[in-house]
Design a protein around this ligand. Structure first.
Ligand code: SAH
Length: 200
């Protein structure tokens, strides 16, 4: 966890100082349910603040206190009310059925194979029935030469989410960073929490 806090001692490459265009587009298309949003792995909070500015009740969680400090001061500067809390996304301190939407910009792709099902179960738990999850992650089409987090395939997304979610779409998108000119090759996933898990 210190790894992440240390990453924010300088400005990390994913800290672009504005919301990810893929999430701005989600709002424009009306893909989110009205109500509340949890931003998991919110970093410095630009996506969380964007949704707050657009009428959602937003909570942002991250393990990195250095990132949360920046997020809180931006929130205060802009006069927005967002709860930024230090939390581990693999064991969230919420009672369950808490949020209408969860957004994830670059968190899922940091998890190991073992942590993926723990994470998806946590997301399903904190989402209300019919709640929606939106996730942006690097895809296998993004070259690995520059390093960065793991690349994720469509099948891996399906394997991780299908047991508990209905996948609405997995779309090719760009992930903006400060080291890409146009953005990295990514997938935008939209998934809805399954009301009735299939009995297999
Ligand atoms: N969503 C932000 C940050 C993406 S980088 C943005 O788009 O700018 C991934 C973020 O996930 C980092 O801020 C890191 O601190 C956070 N993170 C990593 N593991 C986490 C965990 N287990 N629980 C919560 N946050 C985590």
């Amino acid at each position: 966890m210190n790894f992440w806090n240390d990453a924010y001692r300088t400005r990390p490459p994913w800290e672009i100082g504005r919301p990810q265009p893929a999430f701005v587009e989600l709002l424009r298309r009306g893909d989110l349910k009205q109500g509340s949003v949890l931003d998991v792995g919110c970093g410095t909070g630009e996506n969380a603040l964007f949704f707050a500015q657009n009428g959602f009740l937003v909570t942002g969680v991250d393990v990195a206190e250095n990132a949360l400090e920046v997020a809180r001061s931006r929130s205060a500067e802009r006069g927005l009310k967002v709860g930024f809390k230090q939390e581990n996304a693999l064991s969230l301190d919420f009672k369950g059925d808490d949020f209408d939407n969860v957004i994830d910009s670059g968190l899922f792709h940091t998890f190991s194979d073992e942590d993926r099902p723990i994470f998806t179960a946590e997301i399903a738990r904190v989402l209300r029935s019919d709640g929606r999850y939106f996730m942006l992650c690097f895809s296998e089409k993004e070259p690995t030469g520059w390093g960065g987090p793991r690349r994720v395939t469509r099948k891996e997304i399906e394997d991780a989410f299908l047991p508990l979610f209905h996948i609405n779409y997995i779309r090719e998108e760009l992930f903006q960073t400060r080291i890409h000119d146009r953005g990295g090759q990514a997938y935008l996933t939209s998934a809805t929490k399954n009301l009735t898990p299939r009995l297999i």
